[in-house]
Design a binder for this molecule. Structure first.
Ligand code: MTE
Length: 301
């Protein structure tokens, strides 16, 4: 996510050869897992298997966007220690029969976290492959019994400048807010992530609970969620407030629609030397394109 200009290549983005070899090994497992994840046994991606080679844990946890912890890619890892993620409460409100304050464990239980290997594609034109741990949002939202008036779900990040020093600045309109249409939220690919690489989510990646919506630009994947609200009108989201002409509500990965300041048709996979073509819906078109039938995706960007 960029306020000014795309970041330069970070030295940590170049994969050492030995790491590459171990990724190939991991890939075999990853490809198998991916195929088991979707209904009907379809792979989680329309792209070739070697496109799901996980990015190194080091890169995933040290090259971050989390503006509450600073605006450079290395700030979140550096300042993550000030974020206290236990105890953690999520407020559920809006158009639902079971609003309330839920402890983290009550939100997650009785579901078991599962592994989902998804690409995360940032609007800054870089991408990663992350072995997330999490629970499909579709297994969690129905427990709050949303009513017929719930057309959208809005998510809010913790606001506490003492824990999140970036919130002492006016970089963004705090707290960070994101939203999904109800059918997007209930899509089987949409995940509430609680971990990565088989371990608890590091703070810089949005502990203890973050959204992962793999066919959308990374900024939809809101971190450190403290509020879930069912709404009738479309939520006003942080990046759309910050740059209405640059960051739309839908934010579907669409190589045919340029960001006003740079192209979106190629991306640099963190760890790769060369750029690759960006795929429509980040490679998940087979699974999600139907959600947008009849919509003008240039206008609803
Ligand atoms: N969530 C909050 N609360 N604050 C942020 O600044 N950045 C977004 C998204 N979620 C952000 C956020 C952006 S721009 C991206 S690309 C992803 O988080 C990055 O996730 P990662 O750091 O785990 O790769």
């Amino acid at each position: 996510m960029l306020i000014q200009k795309p970041a330069d290549v970070h030295p940590s983005e170049i994969t050492p050869p030995d790491l590459y070899a171990s990724r190939r090994e991991f890939l075999k497992t990853a490809a198998g897992l991916g195929a088991a994840l979707l209904p009907g046994g379809r792979a989680a991606s329309a792209a070739p298997d070697d496109d799901l080679k996980p990015t190194s844990c080091k890169d995933i946890t040290s090259y971050n966007n989390f503006y509450e912890l600073g605006s450079s890619k290395t700030d979140p890892a550096e300042y993550a220690g000030s974020l206290k993620t236990r105890p953690w409460t999520v407020t559920v409100e809006g158009h639902c029969e079971k609003p309330g304050q839920y402890a983290l464990d009550d939100i997650l239980a009785p579901q078991q976290a599962e592994e989902r290997i998804y690409r995360l594609r940032c609007v800054e034109a870089w991408s990663m492959v992350v072995p997330w741990m999490g629970i499909p949002l579709a297994k969690i939202l129905p427990r709050f019994q949303p009513t017929a008036s719930a057309k959208y779900v809005e998510f809010t990040t913790l606001f506490d400048p003492a824990q999140m020093p970036g919130q002492k600045t006016r970089l963004l309109d705090w707290p960070y807010v994101e939203g999904l249409r109800m059918d997007e939220a209930m899509h089987p690919l949409t995940l509430l992530a609680t971990g990565l690489y088989g371990k608890e989510l590091p703070n810089q990646n949005g502990a203890p609970l973050r959204l992962v919506v793999p066919w959308k630009y990374g900024f939809k994947s809101i971190k450190s969620i403290v509020k879930i609200r069912f709404t009738e009108p479309q939520p006003r989201t942080t990046w759309a407030i910050s740059g209405p002409d640059e960051y739309g509500f839908y934010a579907n990965v669409n190589p045919a629609v340029d960001h006003p300041r740079w192209s979106q048709n190629k991306e640099r996979r963190i760890g790769d030397l060369f750029r690759r073509d960006t795929l429509p819906f980040n490679g998940y078109a087979d699974q999600v394109a139907g959600l947008y039938t009849g919509m003008d995706l240039r206008r609803n960007f």
